[in-house]
Ligand binder design. Structure first.
Ligand SMILES: *[C@@H]1O[C@H](CO)[C@@H](O)[C@H](O)[C@H]1NC(C)=O
Length: 476
C-alpha cells in the first residue's frame, strides 16, 4: 500500500513535471611533435583516431587526493567500451547538438527572429536540458558504508542524482549495484518544507513535489531523458580525506534515458545545490580537472587548492541568464599563429561558457566563418571529404601517415592564450573523414561554448570564489 501511494505520487510528480515542461606539454603518445614557436602540429594520422587500448599515462600517477576521470566511451572506462552501446561519431554529434540547443534554450538567448527550423529545434530542446553524450565519468562514494557510483561529470548542471532502490517506477541498466538508501545508516529524506527542497526550483528548473513529507525532485533532459525521485541527504565520499556529511542529492525512483551504464550525474555547476556549492566550506569553491583523451587513464577531478603547474588566468563572468554556467571572455582566435580579424563585439554579443558536457566548441557564426576560412587555406594541400553531421570542414587523410595541422589558440580576457592540442583540432571516426572540430552557432546571439574536445589534456582550474578560471597545458 505504501509503495502504491508513493508510486502514484511519483507518477503524479512526473506528470506535473512533464506538463510543466511542455509549457600535455604537447606530449601526445609520441604522435605529435612541435616546438613552442611552430605554427603547426605534425601528427601521426593514427593518433587522431579512436584507440582501442587504454594507455596508462607516462606522466605517472594522477594527483594525490583527486578523483579519476575517464572518457565514457573510451577503452579506459570500466563501463565500456561496449560495442552495443558505444555511439558512432554521428550519434555523438547529433546528441551534442541537442545539448547545445537545450543550453541555448535555458539561457533564453535567441528569442525573436527565429526561422521555423530553429523554432522546431527549440521545441524539441524545450524539455530543459540535454545530457548530450555526457562524455566523461567520475566515481564517487555515497552512503554509510559507502557505495561507489560512476556519474556523468557535468559543469553545466547543478543537481547530483543517482538511481535508488526500490526503483519505485523504473531504473535503467547500470554497471554498479543500484544504491539502496535503506542500507545506509546515514541516509535521510529531505522534508518538503526545508529550504533545500525549495532550492530545487533553480537547480532543476522545476517546482519540487511532495510525497507525504518527502521532497520530490524531477529533472528532464533533452532526448526524453529524465530522473524523478526523493530528495535525500547522505554522506558523500570524494576521496579518503574528502568526506562530506549531509550532502543533498536526488535518489531517483523513475529514471530513463541516455545515461549509458552510469549511475547518474554529478552536478559541478555554479548554482546553490551543486557539489561545488555544497562543499564550499571545505574547499572554498575551488576545483580543477583534466579531461583526458579517450584512450588515456590519467584524467582527474580535484577539489580544493592543489599545487598546480604554471597557470594562466582569465576572469569568470557572471550572467544572470545562466546562474549554473561558467562564463568567460573569449577575445580572439589565432590560426597558425595569426590572429583572425574578428571584432571583439562578435564574441561579446553572445558571450562564451566553458562546459564539460558539450563535445564540440561552438562559435558565433562570424567567428566560425573566419576560423574555417583560415583553416581551409592552411590545409589546402589535403583532399577534402564529405561533412560529418555538424562538422563541415573534413579531410580524407587516409593516404597520409602524418599530417601537418595549423595550430589553433584561443585568447581570453587577461591576455590568456590557450593552445588547443592536435586531437582537439581534428575529430572523426575514420582516417578518410577527419574534420575541423568546431562548429558555428545558428544565430549571432547564441552563446559560444568551449567544449570538451578542445579541453582535452588541459589543466582547468575553477577558482569560483576568486572569480577566475586558470588554464595549464599538459595536465594529463
Ligand atoms: C523516504 O520517503 C519515501 C516517501 O515518503 C518513503 O517511501 C521512504 O521509506 C523514505 N525513506 C526513508 C529512509 O525514510
Amino acid at each position: 500500500m505504501a509503495t502504491q501511494i508513493s508510486l502514484s505520487f511519483l507518477f503524479y510528480a512526473f506528470l506535473v513535471v512533464s506538463l510543466f515542461l511542455l509549457s600535455k606539454g604537447y606530449a601526445l603518445g609520441g604522435g605529435e611533435r612541435e616546438t613552442l614557436e611552430s605554427h603547426s602540429h605534425t601528427v601521426e594520422t593514427s593518433s587522431l583516431l579512436p584507440a582501442s587500448v587504454c594507455s596508462h599515462s607516462t606522466k605517472g600517477d594522477r594527483k594525490r587526493g583527486s578523483l579519476k576521470v575517464v572518457h565514457k566511451h573510451g577503452p579506459c572506462s570500466h563501463l565500456g567500451p561496449d560495442r552495443y552501446t558505444t555511439p558512432t561519431a554521428t550519434q555523438i554529434l547529433t546528441r551534442d547538438q541537442s545539448r547545445v540547443n537545450s543550453i541555448q534554450y535555458r539561457l533564453g538567448f535567441n528569442s525573436g527572429q527565429n526561422n521555423l527550423q530553429d523554432s522546431l529545434a527549440k521545441i524539441s530542446a524545450k524539455s530543459g536540458r540535454s545530457i548530450g553524450s555526457g562524455n566523461y565519468i567520475v566515481t564517487i562514494g555515497l552512503g554509510t558504508p559507502k557505495k561507489d557510483l560512476s556519474l556523468i561529470f557535468d559543469t553545466g548542471s547543478d543537481l547530483t542524482w543517482t538511481q535508488c532502490q526500490p526503483c519505485v517506477k523504473s531504473c535503467y541498466d547500470q554497471q554498479e549495484p543500484i544504491l539502496d538508501p535503506s542500507l545506509s545508516s546515514t541516509y535521510k529524506n529531505v522534508s518538503c518544507k526545508s529550504i533545500q527542497c525549495n532550492k530545487l526550483s533553480s537547480a532543476t528548473g522545476n517546482q519540487p513535489g511532495c510525497s507525504i513529507t518527502t521532497c520530490i525532485y524531477g529533472i528532464q533532459y533533452g532526448d526524453s531523458s529524465f530522473s524523478v525521485g526523493y530528495f535525500g541527504a547522505d554522506t558523500l565520499t570524494l576521496t579518503p580525506e574528502g568526506i562530506l556529511h549531509g550532502f543533498y542529492f536526488g535518489c531517483g525512483q523513475n529514471n530513463q534515458g541516455l545515461f549509458g551504464k552510469t549511475a547518474g550525474l554529478l552536478g559541478l555547476g555554479r548554482d546553490q545545490l551543486s557539489v561545488v556549492s555544497q562543499t564550499a566550506s571545505k574547499y572554498g569553491k575551488y576545483f580543477s580537472y583534466c579531461l583526458p583523451t579517450p584512450s588515456s587513464s590519467s584524467g582527474y577531478l580535484n577539489f580544493g587548492k592543489g599545487g598546480s603547474s604554471a597557470l594562466k588566468f582569465t576572469p569568470i563572468l557572471t550572467d544572470s541568464r545562466g546562474p549554473s554556467f561558467y562564463f568567460i571572455d573569449l577575445v580572439a582566435i589565432k590560426v597558425g599563429g595569426q590572429t583572425l580579424s574578428i571584432s571583439h563585439s562578435v564574441f561579446q554579443t553572445a558571450g562564451t561558457i566553458i562546459d564539460s558536457g558539450t563535445v564540440i566548441t561552438r562559435l558565433p557564426p562570424a567567428a566560425y566563418s573566419a576560423l574555417r576560412a583560415a583553416f581551409r587555406q592552411q590545409m589546402s594541400k589535403y583532399p577534402m571529404a564529405a561533412a560529418l553531421s555538424i562538422l563541415d570542414t573534413c579531410y580524407d587523410l587516409s593516404k597520409y601517415d602524418t599530417v601537418q595541422v595549423p595550430t589553433i589558440s584561443f585568447v581570453f580576457g587577461g591576455s590568456t592564450e590557450v593552445r588547443i592540442v592536435a586531437i582537439g583540432i581534428l575529430y572523426g571516426g575514420s582516417p578518410s573523414q577527419l574534420c575541423l572540430a568546431f562548429a558555428g552557432n545558428g544565430d549571432a546571439s547564441d552563446v559560444g561554448i568551449l567544449g570538451n574536445v578542445q579541453q582535452q589534456t588541459l589543466e582547468v582550474v575553477y577558482d569560483v570564489a576568486g572569480g577566475k578560471l586558470g588554464f595549464g597545458t599538459g595536465g594529463c
